[in-house]
Design a protein around this ligand. Structure first.
Ligand code: CA
Length: 502
């Protein structure tokens, strides 16, 4: 190859003496082009070594924590828990201050995220228990189902909680692999509550129970799931993938490996958060070492707010009102960080409201995948995620709880809280060291909060803005017709059936 290049250069040199200046320039240009081609062909596998050209479709990696509060990351203001790896994710990506979960408890929230629907549209309005014979209907199309049609490989590691019978497990809902626990880590014989008894907690691989979770396994769970996720990433680095790392932590009972015990200034809860931060760092290191971080969209978020009845073993809402299992901000608002270089801005904070139901249509857009054939509620919010639009993509978001109670209607500025009863500590402190303080059922009247000026929901503005109350009540009436409402006794016309195990 080099000999032919040399011969050609000699020929060019001789020709240059004969030709005009213009011709010489043309020949030199041609020579430069030939040299580029020749040199390029001498460099083996150049295109393979440049990672962004390996694939055009993005990988999606969703890191989901369980019952983590809005105020439990240093990136979101925690002073007593250091989460440097998650903070770095925020610096390399964008932090979203108004990310809302589809509902403020595990099962409905996850159903909403994976189907792009309000959970009650797909029949999910409460948490599944070990004796439940129900699950997310396999006829619903999950994010994994849609991505599978355009060639993705998907895996789910950790807590599932969308039905533990084989027909409902991840490998029957679009995922190629599953390893984890089928429901919450407190649904086991050591649960301190007296009103429930639970069978042994299974560890499941695909659809087979391979072990029973004991205290040693609880302690090692964060590490084990991190290792599984990293192995999957390495194995599938060359082709587009969707991975969910669904940590059972920091849901009670809290367990942490010995390495992180006593590390934080916020007791065991903080230690658990620091191990989750370590896990995130290991995942990011893997993506960067493999040079696939540039085309991987990484999301970090919680499924709902903290279980404040557990006091120091529950998380912090960072001052937001109430917690898990309520439709106040402490229950439904979660930190969200997204890192996706060149697509999502770095080092930005965005305050536009978005919801977990919007992830499916946004992922589908990015992967050029089809939307589900059945009606969904979520919208593509890429413009909101990128900050090119500061307007909420929806006219309103709707918050249901407690087996289909419509509890709140929210626009970008306002939140109308409809009269309803909910579980509250009612000013009492939560439990200590893993003990639960029982909630009281209390009520709220109609209330209008301005979430821009009053995110802590302290000043009821119904007397000042009757026109806003009227507008939001009209929206509530509209959603009741299609998704129903237990409080007013309305059956929704568009609610689809839950999966039933026979
Ligand atoms: Ca949860």
């Amino acid at each position: 190859m080099s000999l032919s290049v040399f011969s050609y250069l000699c020929y060019i040199t001789m020709e240059l003496h004969k030709k005009s200046i213009l011709d010489s320039v043309l020949i030199l240009n041609y020579t430069f082009l030939c040299l580029c081609i020749l040199l390029g062909s001498c460099t083996p596998n150049k295109t393979e070594a440049t990672s962004p050209t390996k694939q055009e479709l993005p990988n999606f990696l969703l890191i989901l924590t369980d019952d983590q509060g809005y105020g439990d990351l240093s990136a979101f203001g925690a002073k007593d828990i250091a989460t440097p790896n998650i903070d770095l994710l925020g610096k390399e990506g964008t932090k979203y201050t108004r990310f809302y979960v589809p509902q403020s408890q595990c099962t409905p929230s996850r159903a909403g995220i994976l189907t792009g629907c309000y959970p009650n549209r797909v029949g999910v309005d409460w948490v599944f228990l070990p004796h439940s014979k129900t699950g997310l209907n396999p006829e619903e199309e999950t994010i994994a189902d849609l991505l599978q049609t355009v060639g993705y490989t998907s895996a789910y590691y950790g807590k599932w909680h969308l039905g533990h019978h084989p027909a409902f497990l991840p490998t029957n809902q679009g995922f190629d692999e599953y390893f984890g626990i089928p429901y919450s880590n407190d649904m086991w014989p050591l649960n301190p509550r007296k009103d429930y008894t639970f069978p042994p907690l299974p560890l499941i691989k695909n659809t087979t129970t391979i072990d029973t979770v004991d205290e040693v396994l609880q302690k090692n769970m964060t590490r084990l799931l991190t290792e599984k996720t990293i192995a999957f990433i390495k194995q599938h680095q060359e082709k587009p993938f969707f991975a969910v790392l669904s940590h059972p932590m920091p849901h009670v009972p809290l367990y942490v490996s010995d390495e992180f015990k006593g590390k934080s200034k916020r007791g065991l809860y903080g230690d658990v958060m620091m191990e989750l931060d370590w896990s995130t760092g290991e995942i990011m290191k893997t993506l960067k070492d493999l040079h696939i971080d540039q085309h991987t969209m990484v999301l970090f978020m919680s499924d709902n707010g903290p279980w404040i009845a557990y006091g120091d073993h529950g998380g912090s809402t960072g001052g937001l009102k109430e917690g898990k299992e309520t439709s106040f901000e402490g229950g439904i608002r979660s930190p969200l960080i997204i890192r996706y270089p060149n697509k999502i801005p770095a080092g930005k904070t965005i305050d536009t409201p978005i919801n977990g139901i919007d992830l499916l249509p946004t992922f589908a857009h990015l992967a050029d995948a089809p939307l589900p054939s059945k009606k969904i509620d979520g919208k593509n919010v890429l413009a909101q995620l990128q900050g090119t639009s500061e307007l909420m993509a929806h006219e309103a978001y709707y918050f249901y709880m407690n087996k289909n109670q419509l509890e709140a209607v929210m626009t970008q500025e306002w939140k109308l809280v409809l009269p309803h009863s909910f579980n509250s500590l009612n000013g009492r402190p939560g439990g200590q060291d893993g003990a639960l303080v029982p909630y009281e059922e209390i009520g709220t009247d109609l209330a209008l909060y301005n979430l821009i000026n009053d995110p802590f929901e302290t000043k009821n503005r119904i007397a000042n803005h009757p026109e806003v109350v009227q507008q939001l009540q009209a929206k509530a009436d509209s959603i009741r017709i299609i998704l129903g409402d237990k409080i007013t006794g309305i059956q929704g016309t568009e609610v689809r059936p839950l999966g039933q195990y026979n």
